[in-house]
Design a protein around this ligand. Structure first.
Ligand SMILES: Cc1cc2nc3c(=O)[nH]c(=O)nc-3n(C[C@H](O)[C@H](O)[C@H](O)COP(=O)(O)OP(=O)(O)OC[C@H]3O[C@@H](n4cnc5c(N)ncnc54)[C@H](O)[C@@H]3O)c2cc1C
Length: 292
């Protein structure tokens, strides 16, 4: 079954971009071209044996909303665990986060092979990698500990929740707002549309990286902040409880039928959320609301 050209990929990787030259750097000294080839052969095997066979099925049987939650192809749950356990979600992450420190170029090519086999199925792990990397890079230690391992394991989905009904290209018009509370968290209210993998039953939890404006922040791009907003948060006993991030509907996108595209509403209580970034704690102190 041929869904991409290995010859073209090898030519681009090793003759045009000379990716093997990365191995002379300290950071990649434990890698080699042979290693890269082995990794990409394993990606091709996963794509051929697990992703490609369900491409038509996923396209013909798109996700459905059942009891206000989105149900996806039944294989996606086992596949997300496989993407996690076999290290595909965390492949470029540093070892301290359970990754293999593989060059980003190679992880992107693995993603390309998965996408060529079955684009929708690739969206789930691909979005999770991006979201986990952001928390890994800018989150506090507590955020990293809570979210990153579960995301790299394929147990929790990551998303990017940016678009709103009135704010697509004009993202600076977004209306979703965040109210700061004394203990450093925020409550988010508003709605988001077109959120890829924004709700589904293949993962236990969905972690949204969501754009919102802190109450009192300036209009336009300058006043926008990014929050970690879990669909379910951990309570004081370590149990997952609903975080008032609700599914209001679903969209189908051409060429992408197997991926669940959610319309999200943050309920009246407002989803509890956290602000990653070095200035997070200072900002929380600046915008503390007086009702808590
Ligand atoms: C496959 C897919 C996956 C997506 N996944 C996500 C996701 O995971 N998370 C998320 O937050 N969003 C997601 N989106 C939404 C995406 O970010 C928005 O669709 C995008 O920002 C454009 O916004 P819009 O659809 O409202 O179109 P609009 O902004 O309304 O644009 C419509 C048309 O008007 C044109 N236009 C807009 N502004 C101007 C201007 N000032 N001057 C001239 N022309 C203009 C545009 O070029 C376009 O042709 C996804 C979209 C797609 C297609």
């Amino acid at each position: 079954m041929k869904f991409y050209s290995k010859e073209n990929l090898d030519f681009l990787l090793y003759s045009v971009h000379r990716t093997q030259a990365l191995c002379k750097y300290d950071r990649f000294k434990n890698h080699s071209r042979e290693n890269f080839e082995m990794i990409l052969d394993a990606a091709a095997s996963l794509a051929e044996n697990h992703l490609r066979p369900i491409l038509s099925e996923m396209d013909r049987n798109p996700p459905q909303v059942v009891n206000d939650r989105i149900k996806v192809h039944p294989n996606m749950k086992a596949l997300m665990r496989k993407f996690g356990e076999d290290g595909w979600i965390s492949m470029s992450a540093p070892e301290k986060f359970g990754g293999q420190g593989i060059p980003f170029t190679i992880s992107q090519i693995a993603g390309f092979i998965f996408a060529a086999a079955n684009y929708s199925s690739m969206a789930y792990p691909g979005l999770t990698t991006g979201a986990a990397q952001l928390i890994e890079s800018f989150g506090s230690e507590a955020l990293q500990k809570t979210f990153v391992p579960k995301m790299y394991a394929g147990e929790w989905q990551g998303t990017m929740a940016l678009t709103e009904p009135e704010a697509g290209s004009s993202l600076s018009d977004l209306k979703t707002s965040a109210r700061a509370h004394a203990d450093g968290h925020y409550r988010i209210s508003g709605q988001k549309i077109f959120i890829s993998c924004g709700d589904h039953d293949a993962c236990e939890n969905i972690i949204h990286l969501m754009l919102a404006r802190i109450e009192g922040a300036p209009a336009g791009t300058k006043g926008i902040s990014l929050f970690v907003v879990p669909q379910k948060r951990l309570d004081e006993n370590g149990q997952l409880v609903w975080n008032d991030v609700n599914t209001a509907g679903m969209f189908h996108k051409m060429g992408y039928h197997g991926a669940p595209i959610a319309h999200l509403m943050m309920g009246e209580k407002g989803g509890l959320s956290w602000l990653p970034g070095r200035r997070a704690s200072q900002r929380a102190q600046l915008h503390v609301s007086d009702d808590e």
